[in-house]
Ligand binder design. Sequence first.
Ligand SMILES: NC(=O)c1ccc[n+]([C@@H]2O[C@H](COP(=O)([O-])OP(=O)(O)OC[C@H]3O[C@@H](n4cnc5c(N)ncnc54)[C@H](OP(=O)(O)O)[C@@H]3O)[C@@H](O)[C@H]2O)c1
Length: 235
Amino acid sequence: MKVLIVGATGSIGSVILQHVVRRHDVTQVIALTRRLLSDHEIGDKKIKNIVIKDFGDLAKVQDETWEKIQDADALVWAMGTYDLNEEVNLNYPLSFQEEFAKRLLAFPRKREGTKDKFRFILLSGAFVEPDQSRRLYYLWDQRRMKGLLHTKTIEFAEAHRDFWEAFIIRPGGILSGGDTYLNKAVEYIFGRSLAIRSEELGAFVGGLVVHGAQQPVIENLEIVEGGRKLLQEGM
Ligand SMILES: NC(=O)c1ccc[n+]([C@@H]2O[C@H](COP(=O)([O-])OP(=O)(O)OC[C@H]3O[C@@H](n4cnc5c(N)ncnc54)[C@H](OP(=O)(O)O)[C@@H]3O)[C@@H](O)[C@H]2O)c1
């Protein structure tokens, strides 16, 4: 299968990329980035790089670029910032979903006739708040904005359910660096509902890309348990 990753240059997206590439069922991964990646950054024959200079102006993306990606089976959206950037954290992913769905509808798909839907996987977070009326006590504007993206992504999938499905993953604090004392201490304090190792998340997303899940919204605990199982199986 062919998988697109947006945000593959990020600290979380790059780990997801490594784990998605590892899957035998994935034959090609395309990193959609705003700058050209070097061969060193790409690092694997299965990975290709396509540049979209400005995710805020998809009208400028050439038809030949869309043609290279419109037969993809899944997309992982790991682009995001930690500030209140409405373009990056809300408008870009929504516009991309709209535009990409139009392309899927306009062109016959390689897998036409199969029951598989296009799978859109959104990296969200455990503290993201979809309920716009809920009173929040910290980072309320960021959490609500990303919550709106969560809700609109689910609504979009429902409105296009014939060919589109969405999964929202809600990891807690992501720990990189492996089996360090600090990571063990954080895991002990926050537990499996609020902390996750980056490799657990990466392995889980690799599985999600290929197999999907029963529920559209996936919380940290499920990601930790699923990711650990896959890592034990060598994924
Ligand atoms: N850290 C955690 O514990 C945690 C937990 C749950 C969710 N999250 C969320 O996950 C998201 C990603 O986090 P991260 O730590 O991987 O961030 P990061 O290392 O800063 O990576 C951000 C990614 O988004 C891309 N990006 C940002 N602005 C862009 C723009 N205007 N146009 C195109 N691409 C753009 C970056 O591309 P360039 O390389 O081109 O800049 C990069 O690939 C954030 O929204 C964060 O809130 C984090």
